[in-house]
Design a protein around this ligand. Sequence first.
Ligand code: BMX
Length: 287
Amino acid sequence: MTCLALDIGGTKLMAALVDGAQVIDVRRIATDRAAGPAAWLDAAQALCAGWKGRYSALGLAVTGAVDARGLWSALNPETLNIPPRTPLTELAEARFGLPALARNDAQAAAWAEHRFGAGQGRDTVFLTISTGLGGGIVSGGRLLSGRCGLAGHFGQTGGAGTSGRFEDEVAGRWLARAARAQGRALEAPEIFAAARAGETWAEDLRTCCAERVARLCADIQAMFDPEIIVIGGGIGLSENFVETVDAHLPEAPDLLRPALARAGLGAEAGVIGIADLARSADRSRAK
Ligand code: BMX
C-alpha cells in the first residue's frame, strides 16, 4: 500500500510517496516559517497535486509534539512557531480526504530506523542532531509517544551537564552562536568543514558538541537501556561524528556503555517511519 507522507520541519517541507522502506517520489520546498499551519498544509497539498490516486494512506511527521488526538504544539518556537494545540490531523484530513496519522518527526524516524534501518528489530533510541535536537524511543517493538506526544524530546531536557535546554547548548543554533562569539559568522556545516581542515577553534567546538552528546547517550542508556542508540540529522551524520561521540563516552562499567550507530535512512527516515505507522493504523481501522 502506497502512503502519502508529509514532513513539516523548521526549514523544509517534504512530500513523499512511500511504499515499505522505498521512497518512490519526493518533493521539497522551504518552510514559510511565518505562514502558519493552514498555509503549510496548503503548500504540501500543492506540492503533491499531481499524485492523486497514487496513495491510499496519509501520514504526517512534524517538528513539535503531537498528542494522541492529533493536536500539535511547538516545544521550542525557535524551531517552528506552531500555535498550541493546532488540530493537525483534522486539518490534514479535510484537505486530503483520508484518515491521517501524525507523529513527531524524530519519533517517526526512530520507528523507521527500528523497522528498516540501523536499529532493525532492536530496542532503539534515535537522536537527530541538526539545528535543534530531537529523538524517539522504540521499546519492546512499540514506539513510545507519552501523555502529550513528548517521549524522546531529549533536546528539551536540562540534561548532560548543560545548564539550560539541552538543544540550545549542543546543536546547530549553539554551534553558530559559539562561532559568532569568536567573531566568525558561520553555520554548523562550515564549522565542521573548518574542523576537518584542522582549524583548532572549529575542532574544539565539534569536540565539545560530541562530548555533550556522549554524556546524553550515557544518560539515555541508564534510563531506557536500549540495544542501540542511532544518531542522525545533519550534525549526527557528518563525517566521523558518531566515532567521536563514541570516543568521548564517559568511563563506565560495560553494562552502562551504549552501543552507537550512524542512522541508516538519512533525511528520509521521518517519511518512511510515518508511512509505516499510517499503514498499520489503516490496517487496524479495517479490522
Ligand atoms: C525541537 C522540537 C522537536 C523536534 C526537534 C527537531 C519544536 C517545534 N520542535 O526540539 O519536536 O523534533 O526540534 O526538529 O518544538 P527539526 O525540524 O529540526 O527536525
